[in-house]
Write a protein that binds this ligand. Structure first.
Ligand code: PGA
Length: 242
């Protein structure tokens, strides 16, 4: 595990963008696994800036998003697809055919959506760099704490803690979808390289529990300790209990 502790959110965003940009520069074609949420917003802003400055080219970049709310169409303002358009896709030269988000809406069969998603990841040759945030409960993607973790992309019932944490993006907590489609921990762990980002005091406990020692399905991010090419990128506040 490679650990970087930076001073603040701006440094976190720049460092994360450096790691992603290096990956894009090094390979003729790169497959990125992408995360949503507040944490990577600054990193996406940095990547867009570098594209505008002609320092980064997304022409040969393929992306797979970690997760998506079930029941929200891609044009729903709270969908993760919409988030990705606003924060990255609409501002860079990525090809629409190279964008993948596990969307499950209009009564699509979740089993079919999940199976197809895993197949597409396989067909693309697997993920070169997976970007992750972490939930206050230690979840990665929507792999929630529990007795078991699923390896492949699947439909998941969100736990109360996650619904509450994500309600800040909706007008009311009742509007937060109760289910989501998420890559499983197997899909994440098969990535060539993984970078988890976290900032702020409210993530300190999750960071301590995930990387301070034991590996447990009750803290899904702790599994990342077993990955051979894992980068933990956190600010001082998130590192304060570590
Ligand atoms: P956040 O979400 O970046 O909005 O804190 C992270 C997560 O829940 O994985």
């Amino acid at each position: 595990m490679e650990i970087h502790i930076v001073n603040n959110y701006q440094e976190l965003s720049k460092k994360a963008a450096n790691i992603v940009a290096e990956e894009i520069d090094q390979k003729s074609r790169v497959v990125l696994g992408l995360a949503t949420g507040s944490t990577p917003e600054g990193m996406y802003a940095q990547l867009v800036k570098r594209y505008r400055d002609n320092k980064l080219d997304f022409d040969q970049v393929v992306t797979f998003n970690l997760d998506e709310y079930a029941g929200l169409s891609p044009d729903h303002p709270q969908s993760y697809y919409y988030y990705m358009r606003c924060n990255l896709f609409d501002h860079v030269n990525i090809k629409p055919d190279n964008i993948f988000v596990p969307s499950c809406f209009n009564n699509k069969d979740a089993g079919v959506v999940c199976g197809e998603y895993d197949r597409k990841i396989d067909q693309s040759g697997g993920i070169d760099l997976q970007v992750l945030g972490i939930g206050v409960n230690g979840h990665i993607g929507f792999n929630e704490p529990g007795q078991h973790l699923q390896t492949q992309t699947h439909l998941v019932d969100l736990v109360e803690e996650t619904i509450e944490a994500n309600s800040r993006f909706f007008d009311s907590i009742d509007q937060v979808p109760r289910q989501a489609v998420t890559m499983g921990v197997g899909s994440i762990m098969h990535s060539e390289k993984i970078m988890l980002m976290a900032n702020g005091k409210n993530k300190a406990r999750a960071i301590q529990e995930s990387f301070g020692g034991l590996v447990s399905t009750r803290v899904p991010a702790s599994l990342l300790q077993l990955h051979r090419n894992f980068i933990l990128l956190i600010d001082k506040e998130a590192a304060s209990l570590f």
